[in-house]
Design a protein around this ligand. Sequence first.
Ligand code: XIL
Length: 299
Amino acid sequence: ADTLGGAAAQSGRYFGAAIAPNFLGETQYADTLNAEFNSIVAENAMKWDATEPNRGQFNFSGGDTLVAHAEANGMEVRGHTLVWHAQQPGWVQGLTGDDLRQAMTDHIAGVAGHYQGRISSWDVVNEAFEEDGSRRQSNLQQQLGDGWIEEAFRAADAADPDARLCYNDYNTDGINAKSDGIYAMVEDFLARGVPIDCVGFQSHLSTDSNLSTYQANLERFAALGVDVEITELDVGGSGSAQADVYRTVTEACVAVDRCNGITTWGITDKYSWRGDDTPLLFDDAYQKKEAYDAVLEVL
Ligand code: XIL
């Protein structure tokens, strides 16, 4: 196959991109998306601040635009993200105790329920661990205690039993203290029957990232009994050094049966959240970069 999505599909995988609905009107943006990718995720449009700006008042306009585009073009949709310490609407930030717990489970029911049956995998909880493998001291953690993550997964499972339910985080690009902490949580969830199906590895990388245990880390999670997904891949840098990092990550996913797919965090460098890092597969003018060729060759 001569596209990212087509090549990934040959081994039953997806190749996706993070998308902003307001760019779909740009011809080159939409054309590149439609030609090359067979999965999308909302870069921001399905986050808590976007979907529930006021308590109990949901706004699905951006997310619905993306899901409609995906369905019209035969693409899967990843859901990102139901619960996160960042990009919470203001009204959530001051809540305490059971009031916050109720707001969290109502939010999950509202959003995952709205998209029920249309999402391949949800990032139910995002970035809940510190670098040392302990829990991040977010409002959720401080107000609700350790049980909040499993409560979120149970609420997501009730709202959309068919979606795969993922835990998603960054700086988990190898076997390290942070990925150890997540591994222990997943092992515990599986042992106790907490519904978790997958772990997302964001993979915000650069040309000096150490990837010596990247594949081994995916393998140990897969061996536990969850799928693994590369959820937000981007690599600061350029040329062959950048291409090498993309190649290593793609090789690792392809080598692991339970690695279902790869999503890059955007299409074009022009709109990357990383500013001038030029971390994506298409340059500012939507030209394919050396990294693109490396990924396509491996898929
Ligand atoms: C980023 C978006 O790309 C930006 O547009 C936004 O301003 C901030 O969030 N980890 C995540 C993503 O899980 O949701 C973040 O996306 C990037 C880091």
